[in-house]
Write a protein that binds this ligand. Sequence first.
Ligand code: AMP
Length: 206
Amino acid sequence: MNIILLGAPGAGKGTQASRIEQKYSLVHISTGDIFRANIKGGTPIGKVAKSYIDAGKLVPDEVTCEIVKDRLASPDIKGGYMLDGFPRNLFQAAELDKFAKVDLCLNLEVDTSLLMDRICGRRVCSCGESYHVSTLNGATTCAKCGKELYQRADDNPETVGARLETYEKQTAPLIDYYAKQGKLKTVVCGNKTPDEVFAAVCEILD
Ligand code: AMP
């Protein structure tokens, strides 16, 4: 099974992706993680991506599509994969349809007024876990693996504002795109905890 995780920044895609990966053994492919690894490694892709990411804009399609196409060409994805953060606009979705088969688009629907606080208070771990400062009680390490937590460079109010705008203008139209293909399933997250959202996700995937 090949799935796409769709949702605004801060909707909980990463959190759900970790759980889905464990339970369903789907390979988790996050374009954001790939860009961050490239920035950390100082690669040419990282150098291109950084200015866009810092501005809350999308990295150019040619760069992004090529990365995903390469990644999907590797043999480890034969058992199924989950794309997190790709596609992010209609062009990328049409390109993806040319080189891959999508079975399902799982849309995490959230109240966008909650997202600014959620993202700016987010602390993440390199193992994939993420937390909100309000529930950490001063802890600075990951409860799952013990590593030091950090704040993503783009999780600041200015960049988050731009990312939310980019989502509305460029990514939200994908909801219709996949609905028209009969592949869309939406989970209304409302006040649900991550466990409750995951239970709803499992109902769909099972
Ligand atoms: P994310 O970790 O998914 O929130 O992505 C962080 C940033 O990486 C985004 O704000 C974009 O600047 C960039 N990015 C991630 N995925 C894509 C994509 N599919 N197309 C263009 N830019 C992307």
